[in-house]
Unconditional design. Structure first.
Length: 245
């Protein structure tokens, strides 16, 4: 089963959905909503990023895509993480590792991704979870080495897409902001949404879970299916705002 949430506001921020101030991060490219990702870490490990690391903030993307090198180093920092057989670019890790400590830094502010939001699906057995971060096939140098930052991150923040300011803003969700939990919950480890002030997200269950299909499929998906998986639905971010010119 699925639990839907999220809010889109047009024209003006809804102060009831966030706390504190909005941290506006300038757009670095005039293509998409691209900002600089200043830091990316898991646990005590800070990943080496490309210079002026571009990151597209995309409410139409479900997961988080990143250059293969960075993704490989990310999962190497999680004990017993491994490639998902037959699904290039995807990794799985023990569901019992329930304190990953994932953070992304934009505009000088670090934002945490709760473990519950990082679970994409059940892995190749019931003790493994597929992570929301996947390798997007980029592995060279230059401007193409971008992140695509989707709902796995946006569920935990209030996001503002501000055209006149040419910036993307982030703020801490308030307790009244709607959120959604993962579609799959494994071994009780991710049964509650740990967003802090982000409200209580509902979760579906996947007792017979499978790769990329919840309880309905155990067949791994090749990388060629990634775009379809990512673009298949409307944003389930906690809340976001679009400001026009």
């Amino acid at each position: 089963s699925y639990a839907y949430g999220g809010v889109i506001n047009l024209g003006q921020p809804n102060s009831s959905l966030y706390t504190g101030s909005i941290n506006y991060v300038p757009i670095t490219r005039k293509v998409y909503w691209t900002v600089e990702l200043q830091a990316f870490g898991v646990g005590d490990t800070q990943l080496q990023l490309y210079q002026d690391q571009p990151a597209v903030i995309d409410s139409g993307t479900s997961l988080i895509g990143a250059p293969d090198r960075i993704v490989s180093n990310f999962y190497a920092s999680i004990p017993n993480a491994r490639n998902v057989s037959g699904s290039e670019g995807f990794y799985e890790y023990p569901c019992s590792d329930s304190n990953l400590g994932i953070q992304m830094t934009f505009g000088g502010q670090a934002y945490s991704i709760p473990d519950a939001n990082f679970v994409f699906d059940q892995g190749t057995d019931e003790n493994y979870c597929v992570g929301a971060l996947f390798g997007n096939g980029e592995d060279g140098t230059g401007a193409d080495q971008q992140f695509i930052v989707g709902d796995s991150f946006m569920r935990g923040v209030y996001t503002v897409f501000d055209g006149p300011k040419a910036s993307v803003g982030f703020a801490q969700l308030s307790s009244s902001a709607p959120t959604t939990g993962p579609d799959f919950v494994a071994s009780g480890s991710h049964g509650s949404n740990s967003n802090g002030g982000s409200g209580s997200g509902n979760s579906g269950s996947g007792s017979g879970g499978g790769i990329f299909g919840g309880a309905q499929s155990s067949v791994p998906a090749p990388r060629s299916m990634v775009s379809a998986l990512l673009m298949g639905g409307v944003s389930v971010a906690g809340a976001f705002l679009v400001l026009g010119a």
